[in-house]
Design a protein around this ligand. Sequence first.
Ligand code: PA5
Length: 447
Amino acid sequence: MLRYDPSHLFVEEHGLSEEEIGTTRKELEHAITWFMELHTSGRVGIVDLALRDDLLDQSAELASELRARFDDVVVLGIGGSSLGPHAIYAALQHPYHHLLKETDLPRLHFPDNVDPHTFTSLLDVLNLERTLFVVITKSGGTAETASQFMIVYKLLEKTYGAAAARSQIITITDPQKGNLRALTSEMGWKSLPVPEYIEGRFSVLSPVGLFPAAMAGVDVSSMIAGARDMARQFLDDPVSHPASVAAQHYWLLHTRHGKSVHVLMPYSDGLYFTAQWFMQLWGESLGKRVDNNGREIFTGPTPVAVRGTTDQHSQLQLYIEGPFDKVITFMAFEKHESDVKIPNVFKHLDSYSYLGGHTMGELFDTERRATALSLFRERRPNATVYLSKLDAYSLGQVFMFYELATAVSGGLYHINPFNQPGVEHGKKLTYGALGRPGFEEFAGLMK
Ligand code: PA5
């Protein structure tokens, strides 16, 4: 099971104390009761997604029907509709999959933006005939995704005609609502649902993450099994679950100790995109102007994703000697799946000879432990999340761990972590400026 080690959070002067954890236990219990009510009433589906098999089966079946026909899969989506599947692909696919000569598995691409340079460059290099486009949008009308899809659709229609284009499009959207659902029915595209009770950034364990992952050959059953075990552990004993414990720790560090920057630092290239996924989850969920009573509180920690050891040579100086405003969480493996021995060469040189005979994994782990200890000794709180290894089961646990921690944190901050009202105004200005009907009042504001 995933292991959360908070021992280095108890630093002198700037860290947690056992006493404050004890005195805020009631607040944690209230936060959990609040979230459990959302869960049992069916309004928030984080836990439920991991307990059901139907969406897993539908995603896996559709992927096995389609996988052999395509060399490339392009995920058209943004934010929660792209970061989750991207995190899975980055963690579990061969890191140089695109260079492998012998593989039956398609390459996945995540434009995740509307930069015309990258988007048109991607279309330039694809073999269109052997490319599947997966359009993912919960709302069904996000401007970035809509524009990507319109360009792709026109290209497919022009090249092969509307009927043939149909076999190269999959939509993943709300089961009932939104323009893309209506269009999907009209055009007869194959489709999977994003259940109503789940927000974009919590949707990685729905078809949003499962279908692209299954196309890439990921063992999605095992991923759900990992999430399910973590969710069941939470249902059995939510107060002492590591996600609740972590939520309470980070909330105390933010609200009582001024640790407003929450750095996630995996010592793993594969988990770097999981840290990016976390950044959206934590930031968009916990950054809120008002609490649940409508009182202005302007709260939320600032999440940052960095990577060990790379960012030891970039950010660490700041973390060790800069302002006392950060808590750092490392991610590490109990075991490296692949490792390589450093050979005993250049024995006559001090800065090389001591490395010979150790493994690269040993160096990786030792640097992480040394970084954690040096931060601790400088009174910089840090924790470590251990995964048993880099596989689908552990990744499912990570997703559930952070989703639960986010939900419980929402309860501790007394905010709604499941909405994002702050981004709406910018969207309206864009709609107005580009002439969307109904948004005329915003049209002149950006001149
Ligand atoms: O978490 C969220 O709700 C957002 O980040 C969305 O995922 C993002 O804005 C994309 O929305 P949609 O899936 O509706 O296109």
